[in-house]
Design a protein around this ligand. Structure first.
Ligand code: ADP
Ligand code: MG
Length: 227
């Protein structure tokens, strides 16, 4: 599903260049549940943003769902993102002036799906995350855990190939963290490929494959083939 080959990423200008990813090789199969651990600044979000086509890399190769992701235009990257990827962020990233249903339906709007069909599908996924009765609530009327469940429904609504979650429980208390992780587990059990970035060992411990990043390099990956 995901093939990264010797990915390098730099930030900054030529004089003040920051080498953030230093040759990442990563192969993730369809249906895997993977965590990416590492301390703050190790490059986790940068890696996830590259996987999600939100950021570019400077060297190396990336294949997603058997298609090369090389030198994409903004427009093409946006199309691939919309078709192939669902995102879940620490800060939920819901649109504040749209209700829960409208937030979930938004990716379908960008796919050109008509209003009736998109509302039906959005309602289905809101049910799936246990929030059918909150469809018309605005984000500021929802708890943190509910917001994250809406965000998960939004990530699922396009039936993406891969779901990328960047510290999905980072802003939640322990009870709500547990609920959100239960939901993510059920998403995985349904056959989705799921990659969770976290700096919490308890979260990583719940995944099948724990990858550790340090200073822009993968220092542990149980699935890495021996050289
Ligand atoms: P993590 O998610 O593991 O905390 P990040 O991927 O966010 O790490 O950041 C890795 C390094 O890249 C850090 O040193 C960070 O300061 C730097 N960095 C991240 N984003 C940018 C950016 N847009 N511009 C410049 N430096 C950045
Ligand atoms: Mg981060």
């Amino acid at each position: 599903m995901i093939h990264l080959d010797n990915i390098h990423k730099y930030y900054g200008s030529a004089q003040q260049r920051l080498h953030v990813l230093k040759g990442i090789d990563l192969h993730i199969r369809a249906g895997e549940l993977v965590s990416i651990m590492g301390s703050s600044g190790s490059g986790k979000s940068t890696l996830l943003n590259i996987l999600g086509l939100l950021d570019r890399y400077d060297e190396g190769h990336y294949r997603l769902a058997d298609q090369p992701m090389e030198r994409l235009s903004e427009r093409r990257a946006a199309q691939f993102r919309n078709q192939l990827i669902g995102f879940v962020f620490q800060s939920f990233n819901l649109l504040p002036f749209k209700n829960a249903l409208e937030n979930v339906a938004l990716p379908l709007y960008y796919q050109g799906v008509g209003r009736k069909a998109r509302n039906e599908q959005a309602r289905h996924y809101l049910e799936r995350v246990g929030l059918a009765d909150r469809a018309h609530h605005m984000p500021n009327e929802l708890s943190g855990g509910q917001k994250q469940r809406v965000a998960i429904a939004r990530a699922l609504v396009t039936q993406p190939k891969v779901i990328l979650a960047d510290e999905p429980t980072g802003a939640l208390d322990s009870v709500t963290t547990h609920e959100v992780m239960e939901l993510l587990h059920s998403v995985h059990r349904q056959g989705n490929t799921l990659i969770i970035v976290t700096h919490e060992p308890e979260i990583a411990a719940q995944t099948q494959r724990r990858i550790v990043l340090r200073d822009g390099r993968i220092i542990a990956d149980p699935a890495a083939e021996p050289a």
